[in-house]
Write a protein that binds this ligand. Sequence first.
Ligand SMILES: Cc1cc2nc3c(=O)[nH]c(=O)nc-3n(C[C@H](O)[C@H](O)[C@H](O)COP(=O)(O)OP(=O)(O)OC[C@H]3O[C@@H](n4cnc5c(N)ncnc54)[C@H](O)[C@@H]3O)c2cc1C
Length: 493
Amino acid sequence: MAALRYLPLTRGFRARYGYSNLLYGAAGEIVARTSGKSWSEYVRARFLEPLGMRDALAAASEAGTITAWPHARITEEIRGAGPVVPLPRRYRVDGDGAAGALYASGSDMAKWMSVQLASGRLPDGRQLFSAGVAQDMHALQTPLRIRPSDGEFRAADPSFSGYGFGWFVRDYHGTKLVYHGGGTLGAVAQLTLVPQKNIGFIILTNSEESGFLRAAELLLLDHYLGRESPDWVGLQQAEDARMWRDARNEMKAAAAKLPHGPASLLRGLRAAARSAGALFIDDVVSALRREGDAWLVGLGRGEGISCSHVVNATGARAADVAQMAGVALPVRGQKRSVFVVDAPDADPAWPLVIDPDGFYFRPEGKTFLVGAPAPRGYHAADDFEPDYPVFEDWLWPKLAARAPAFERLKLQSAWAGHYEMNILDGNAVIGASGVPNFWLINGFSGHGLQHAPAAGRGLAELMLDGGYRTIDLRPLGFDRLRQAIDAPEAHII
Ligand SMILES: Cc1cc2nc3c(=O)[nH]c(=O)nc-3n(C[C@H](O)[C@H](O)[C@H](O)COP(=O)(O)OP(=O)(O)OC[C@H]3O[C@@H](n4cnc5c(N)ncnc54)[C@H](O)[C@@H]3O)c2cc1C
């Protein structure tokens, strides 16, 4: 929530439609501040109890009693294609959130729909909210563009569409509908009111079949409005199959054009994190302070972020950031140069070769990447000048002695970066740091790119589930560093 201020405004207030769970979360925060109660206490007292919604839970912490398990199609590269399988874990809204945090049964939702259809009047005649508020909620406040549907679904397209206050509004063959979908990972739902007919229905699923929701809604609308219905479910299945076939083909075509290499892997991981809700703030962490149970992360340019957990993933500078949290981390930056050479006599089919003297070479397309062993000592993390004298005086002669094809070579380019060396045993340090909610994922010592997906997954499991599930990273815990001198990593190139 504290990071919301970093999101740039892209349009004026209600100038156009835009949906954000974060802003529902912010609205919940305003409810809490103005009512003096937590959001869940307020919702329980103000809505659930007067309505007699006895099963409903307004706090994720109570959700352990729910037995419906979430499902999704997650076994293929694209989420949504492939078979429906149970999700490995239940998604939970942390804390007391106003977005996606309410759990209600079908019978409780029927009570909610009844009060909506009765313009706020409860069965005992009291008003839960005024008729004027009900009218405003169900009135079109922000128009939405109507995108023509494909095939037979076009017959179901509305003639008007928009957002009210927390409700969508549109028509179905001239009858006004007030509706909203909802979803968390592995569960989607659709609630539709037909105020003119005093009808409401909700479709609750423990899966991510949003196509099915659309078909089921149309089927029920036709039924209640007395219309003849095509086979909406069958039509939807055919449309889904077509969509996934096209998506797979597009993905294959796009993948064939993608450059392969570390930068594209990182771009892919970053895009996936973003689409899963991660917010990237380009700033420098300059201080860490405990404030009660929270961390206050001081930023160089911005105002700082308050958060419950901090993960230190700062590569060669990890020791500096750990120091801010009071953790002494044996990680130092070590400058390593990479030279790109054109060697016309060498064979681009050669594998990666690591010489016992510590230098290496490997083909990359038509050129070769070559590098010298680790220099002595550690470096300031802002020295990025390639070590040209080492190439001329040491590396080239060594390369030529190992493979005479390197006698004739041309240095094309060079660059330097920093290995984030764990100076005790040359291996990663992953997991708890000993300081509450300050986590480590550091010290990869020059082989971190290949470890990144597994290391990130492992740490996520440890933080979310309290233990490793798919890969046991306990041997890389911080505790083992005491034994490090006895078992150092011997294969750093
Ligand atoms: C020359 C060279 C060749 C390599 N070759 C390979 C290879 O072939 N295979 C392989 O697997 N690995 C290789 N590596 C190693 C790999 O690049 C690293 O292990 C990996 O990048 C470490 O990932 P990381 O996320 O821990 O740190 P980094 O990728 O270094 O990311 C740390 C991030 O934290 C940021 N940061 C630092 N301090 C702060 C702060 N105070 N506030 C905010 N942000 C901060 C940095 O700007 C950086 O963006 C190579 C490294 C070098 C230098």
